[in-house]
Write a protein that binds this ligand. Structure first.
Ligand SMILES: [Fe+2]
Ligand SMILES: [Fe+2]
Length: 249
């Protein structure tokens, strides 16, 4: 795929769930990534159980590539309560790890901004959790709201020509199609879509987590959403081509 000056090619995959047993599965397909994309986004659930040993597998698989790699962690990467160590291992391998934060990369004449968060569940319009009742319910709902709000601020603060949102949990229900309706509140939150739609000119929102979901959706504000969970896209990565979004005068 060629790269016109006014476009950026974004490769993305999530839910690779690496451990020693599947180490090496992705690497052959990544060797020529630089010919096909300008960056690689990893949409969380990079490990199976969030151990440092598994994180070193991720570092080995996705470190030292020809393009920058920007990652967020997923819920599996938190499972062993060693998420900080997991992130450090990835950063030591040269990956950029985001959590309610952003980064801007130069891509030809374009500044490409990516903000990321794990995000959290909570559900969608008409069927969502609220901060009411037991402390546990309030804590569940509050966690999602807090991450979405901080993520929205990071996304809006990017000074860039192309703005990309990277989450693990889904911002919309459309990309969950195929999952049991009963677990939608554990797969995403409308508050992530609010954060994305609240930032100016977001060109693409990428997420994972919903292994049985669908690839394509759109936020209420019209931002394209893509579920890049590996079981959904069924290849090492998808590539999306984006142009600069001109801010309204
Ligand atoms: Fe996953
Ligand atoms: Fe997940």
């Amino acid at each position: 795929m060629s790269n016109p000056d006014d476009c950026v090619r974004v490769a993305a995959v999530g839910d690779v769930h690496l451990d020693a047993d599947v180490l090496g599965r992705y690497r052959p397909a990544l060797e020529h990534l630089g010919d096909k994309a300008d960056m690689l986004l990893l949409a969380g659930d990079l490990t199976r159980h969030g151990t440092p040993e598994e994180a070193r597998c991720v570092a080995q698989e996705f470190g030292g590539l020809a393009v920058p790699v920007i990652a967020i962690l997923g819920n599996h990467d938190y499972h062993s309560d060693q998420q900080d160590e997991v992130a450090k291992i990835l950063e030591d391998a040269g990956l950029i790890v985001l959590e309610c934060s952003g980064t801007v990369l130069g891509c030809g004449p374009l500044r490409v901004g990516v903000a990321g968060t794990k995000g959290f569940g909570g559900g969608f319009a008409g069927a969502c959790a609220s901060e009411f009742g037991e402390p546990e319910m309030k804590a569940f709902t509050h966690h999602g709201r807090e991450l979405a709000e901080r993520f929205g601020l990071a996304l809006a603060a990017l000074e860039c020509d192309v703005r990309i949102a990277l989450t693990h949990y889904s911002p919309v229900p459309e990309t969950l199609l195929g999952e049991p309706l009963e677990i939608y509140p554990f797969l995403g939150s409308y508050q992530l879509a609010q954060a994305i739609d609240g930032a100016p000119g977001v060109g693409l929102a990428v997420h994972g987590h919903a292994h049985a979901g669908s690839e394509r959706g759109t936020t209420p504000g019209g931002v394209p959403v893509r579920n890049v969970a590996h079981p959904v896209i069924r290849q090492a990565y998808n590539v999306y081509q984006l142009s600069a979004v001109l801010a309204p005068a």
